[in-house]
Write a protein that binds this ligand. Structure first.
Ligand SMILES: [Mg+2]
Length: 220
C-alpha cells in the first residue's frame, strides 16, 4: 500500500480525535451483483434475451422493459438466496483489509431488496463469509443511507438521497450508468487510495479551520 493513505488517516485522526469512517456499499462495489443477476435471469428465463453485465445505461432495473421482462426481473430479484451467491468484485476484499490496516473505521452500508425475503440475512452471510464476523457486526442495512453517519460513502448509485442531510462525501464507484457524473470517483479497486486520501485531507483541513475559527471555550 502506498504510504500516502495511512499518512492521510493519521492526519485525520490527529485533527478529529477519532478514526475516519468509510462506508462501503455492497452491490456492484463489493459484490458482483449484475453478473449474478444475468446468470440467474438466463437460468430462470432462458427464452428472454438479456445483455451481458456491465452494459446497463440506466440504474433503474425496470427502465425500457416489456411487461414480461419486468415480471422476469422481479422474479429473479425475489429468488431466495440471490444475495448470498454473488462473487466479490476484483480487489474489493483486499481494499477493505487495507483500509482497516491503515486505521479506518470501515462499515458496510447496503440497501435491501425489500420484496426478497432472504435478502438482508443473505447480505450478512455474504459479509461473514468473505470479510469475517467483525465486518458483519459493522454492516448497516438500510433503505436510507443519508441517515448513516460517516465521512465517506463509496457507492455506485448515481445519486444517494434520503430523509437526512448526509454527513459523508459520496465517492462514486464507476459504472456505465454513473460515468457521466462528476467526481470524486474511483474506477475499480486498483487505485482508490489517492482519491480517499484527498477527501480525508480535505475534511482534516476543514476541521482544522473550524478549530481556529471557534476555539473551545475555556473556564477562565
Ligand atoms: Mg450498489
Amino acid at each position: 500500500m502506498p504510504r500516502e493513505f495511512p499518512a492521510a488517516v493519521r492526519r485525520f485522526i490527529q485533527a478529529h480525535g477519532r478514526a475516519p469512517v468509510v462506508l462501503v456499499d455492497m452491490d456492484e462495489v463489493l459484490c458482483r451483483w449484475e453478473e449474478q443477476f444475468v446468470a440467474s435471469h438466463r437460468r430462470l428465463f432462458p427464452h428472454l434475451l438479456i445483455a451481458e453485465a456491465g452494459q446497463r445505461e440506466s440504474f433503474d432495473l425496470f427502465a425500457g422493459l416489456t411487461t414480461e421482462e419486468q415480471q422476469a426481473t422481479a422474479t429473479v430479484l425475489d429468488e431466495p438466496g440471490f444475495f448470498a451467491g454473488m462473487l466479490p468484485v476484483k480487489g474489493a476484499l483486499a481494499a477493505v483489509e487495507e483500509m482497516l490496516a491503515a486505521g479506518v473505521d470501515v462499515a458496510l452500508c447496503t440497501s435491501p431488496w425489500l420484496s426478497n425475503a432472504t435478502c438482508a440475512s443473505d447480505k450478512l452471510r455474504w459479509v461473514q463469509r468473505y470479510l469475517g464476523p467483525a465486518m458483519a457486526e459493522a454492516t448497516v442495512i438500510t433503505r436510507d443511507k443519508t441517515r448513516v453517519r460517516g465521512d465517506v460513502l463509496i457507492d455506485d448509485k448515481p445519486f444517494v438521497t434520503g430523509q437526512a442531510q448526509p454527513e459523508w462525501d459520496l465517492v462514486r464507484f464507476t459504472y456505465h450508468y454513473n460515468r457521466h457524473l462528476p467526481g470524486p470517483r474511483i474506477d475499480g479497486w486498483s487505485d482508490w487510495q489517492p482519491v480517499l486520501s484527498k477527501i480525508l485531507d480535505m475534511r482534516t483541513q476543514r476541521a482544522e479551520a473550524a478549530q481556529i475559527e471557534s476555539p473551545l471555550p475555556s473556564l477562565s
